[in-house]
Write a protein that binds this ligand. Structure first.
Ligand code: UGA
Length: 438
C-alpha cells in the first residue's frame, strides 16, 4: 500500500520508516526544507537507536522517500497520516492543534481521493471529527474517511515498540477505513499482536488515559519514595514487593527525579484541560502534575543538604541531562529544573551527557561540558547522577571518589547503593527512597 506521512518529527519519522519496513511504499512530507534535504542524504535528525540503519535499508529498497511536495506524496495514496506536533498551548495547557488542522486543510486542498486520513498526533477527544469537518468544508467532493491511530512509542526504544507493540489502537467509523487500517497493520496482525479497533473518541481517549496512568504510577512511587526516606524503608524493595502482584506489575515503578519528556508533561496537562472543559475534573491527573513538580524541587533540597546548606562556590558534576537515556531529547527534563537551581545558588556545574550536550548547550547556560564522567568529577564537591545512561551504570567508583575534592554522590536514579559508595571511598551517598550514608 502507498502511504503518505505528514511530519518527520519523532513519531512521523519512526512510523514512516517502520511502515516502509513492513513493505509499504511510504512518502514522508515535511515543510522544513533543511530536514528533507538531510533525510534525502540519509541523515537522521533525531537520535534513536537503529533508525538510521532501517531508514537507509528502506530508501535503498525504493520503499521510502522524502519530499516537500504534499501533492506529489498524495498521488496514488490510500492513507495519509498526520503526525505533526501538538505542543502545549501557551497559557492554558491545551494541546495546540494548529499544525494538525493546517495539515487536514492542506490534504483537503490537494487530495483526489478516495483516502483515509489518519491522525497519529496525540489529539484531544473530538479532534478526528473536527478534522473530518475541516476537510469537508474545504473540499466537499472528496471521498474520504478519518481514523485515529495514537502511538505508544517510547523514545530510545521506538523501533522495538513499533515492531513489537503491546497493542495497536485504531479508531474508525466506517468499514472501509477499518479495512485500510487492517491492511496497513497486517504484518503485526499476522504475528498476533493485538489490534484494538474502536470508535474515534475511545481511541483518542485511550492515548491520554494510558499516558496519564503511567505518569500517575511513576508519581505514586516517587511519593512513596519520599515516605520511605522518612521511615527507613527501601523503595526498591517496596516496588519489587508491589510489582510482583500481577494486578500492579513491576514496570514504571522506578523512583527517580520526576518524569519528563515530550509526552507525559504535555499529555497530563492536556487531559486536565479536557476534564475542565467537560466539567469532569481530572483531579488525580491534576495532582500528579503538581506532585511531579514537587518531586523535582525535593531533589534540589536533597542536593542542597549534601552541600551543607549552600551551593555557593561548590563544583558539582552532573551525569546526564536528557529526560531519560538513549535520547537527545531534553524536553521537560528534570535537569532543566535542577541544574539552573544549582547554578543560581552559585555552583560551578560540569556536565556530561552522551547525546544531550548539543541541546544542553542551548538550554543550560553557564554549564561547562565535559567529555566523560571522570573529567566532570575532577575536583568536584558532589557528583549527581541525573540520567541512567548505560555508561554511568558501571563507573569505576574508586577512581571517581579519589579524584573529587569531597567525595559525595547523589544517585537520583538508584543505580548504586550506600555500601558500594562507602567501600569506594565516598564520604556521603544519597539516592531516592533509600537510606542515605552516613
Ligand atoms: C511515553 C510512553 O511511555 C509511551 O508509551 C508513549 O508513546 C510516549 O510517552 C508518547 O506519548 O509519545 P517516553 O516519553 O518516550 O514515552 O518515555 P518513558 O520511557 O515513558 O519515560 C517518561 C519519563 O518517566 C522519563 O522521564 C523517565 O525517566 C520517567 N520514568 C519512567 C521514571 O521516572 N520511572 C519509571 O519507572 C519509568
Amino acid at each position: 500500500m502507498r502511504i503518505a506521512m505528514i511530519g518527520t518529527g519523532y513519531v512521523g519519522l519512526v512510523s514512516g520508516v517502520c511502515f516502509s519496513d513492513f513493505g509499504h511504499d511510504v512518502v514522508c512530507v515535511d515543510k522544513d526544507a533543511g530536514k528533507i534535504a538531510r533525510l534525502e542524504r540519509g541523515e537522521v535528525p533525531i537520535f534513536e537507536p537503529g533508525l538510521d540503519t532501517l531508514l537507509a535499508k528502506n530508501v535503498e529498497a525504493g520503499r521510502l522517500s522524502f519530499t516537500l511536495d504534499l501533492a506529489e506524496a498524495l498521488k496514488g495514496t490510500e492513507a495519509v497520516f498526520i503526525a505533526v506536533g501538538t505542543p502545549t498551548r501557551r497559557g492554558d495547557g491545551h494541546a495546540d492543534l494548529t499544525y494538525v488542522m493546517a495539515a487536514a486543510r492542506e490534504i483537503a486542498e490537494t487530495a483526489k481521493g478516495p483516502l483515509t486520513i489518519v491522525t497519529k498526533s496525540t489529539v484531544p477527544v473530538g479532534t478526528n471529527r473536527e478534522v473530518a469537518e475541516a476537510v469537508r468544508e474545504v473540499n466537499p467532493d472528496l471521498d474520504f474517511d478519518v481514523a485515529s491511530n495514537p502511538e505508544f512509542l517510547r523514545e530510545g526504544a521506538a523501533l522495538d515498540d513499533f515492531m513489537r507493540p503491546d497493542r495497536v489502537v485504531v479508531g474508525v467509523e466506517s468499514a472501509r477505513a477499518a479495512d485500510v487500517m487492517a491492511e496497513i497493520y497486517r504484518p503485526l496482525f499476522l504475528r498476533d499482536f493485538p489490534i484494538v479497533t474502536t470508535d474515534l473518541e475511545s481511541a483518542e481517549m485511550i492515548k491520554y488515559a494510558a499516558n496519564a496512568f503511567l505518569a500517575t504510577k511513576i508519581t505514586f512511587i516517587n511519593e512513596i519514595a519520599a515516605l520511605c526516606e522518612k521511615t527507613g524503608a527501601d523503595v526498591r524493595e517496596v516496588a519489587k514487593g508491589m510489582g510482583l502482584d500481577g494486578r500492579i506489575g513491576n514496570k514504571f515503578l522506578h523512583a527517580g527525579p520526576g518524569y519528563g519528556g515530550s509526552c507525559f508533561p504535555k499529555d497530563t496537562s492536556a487531559l486536565a484541560r479536557i476534564g475542565q472543559d467537560f466539567a469532569s475534573p481530572m483531579t488525580i491527573t491534576e495532582t500528579v502534575i503538581e506532585v511531579n513538580e514537587r518531586v523535582k524541587r525535593r531533589m534540589i533540597e536533597k542536593l542542597r543538604d549534601l552541600c551543607d546548606g549552600s551551593f555557593n562556590g561548590k563544583k558539582i558534576a552532573v551525569l546526564g541531562v536528557t529526560f531519560k537515556p538513549n535520547t537527545d531529547d531534553m524536553r521537560d527534563a528534570p535537569s532543566l529544573t535542577i541544574v539552573p537551581a544549582l547554578i543560581g545558588g552559585g555552583a560551578d556545574v560540569h556536565a556530561v551527557d552522551p547525546e544531550g550536550q548539543r541541546e544542553g548547550e542551548a538550554l543550560l547556560p553557564h554549564v561547562v561540558w565535559e567529555a566523560d564522567a571522570y573529567s566532570a568529577c575532577k575536583g568536584a564537591d558532589l557528583v549527581v547522577i541525573l540520567t541512567e545512561w548505560n555508561e554511568f551504570r558501571a563507573l569505576d567508583l574508586d577512581r571517581i571518589a579519589s579524584c573529587m575534592a569531597t567525595a559525595k554522590m547523589a544517585d537520583l536514579r538508584n543505580i548504586y547503593d550506600a555500601e558500594r559508595a562507602s567501600a569506594a571511598g565516598f564520604g556521603a551517598y544519597v539516592s531516592v527512597g533509600r537510606r542515605p550514608f552516613p
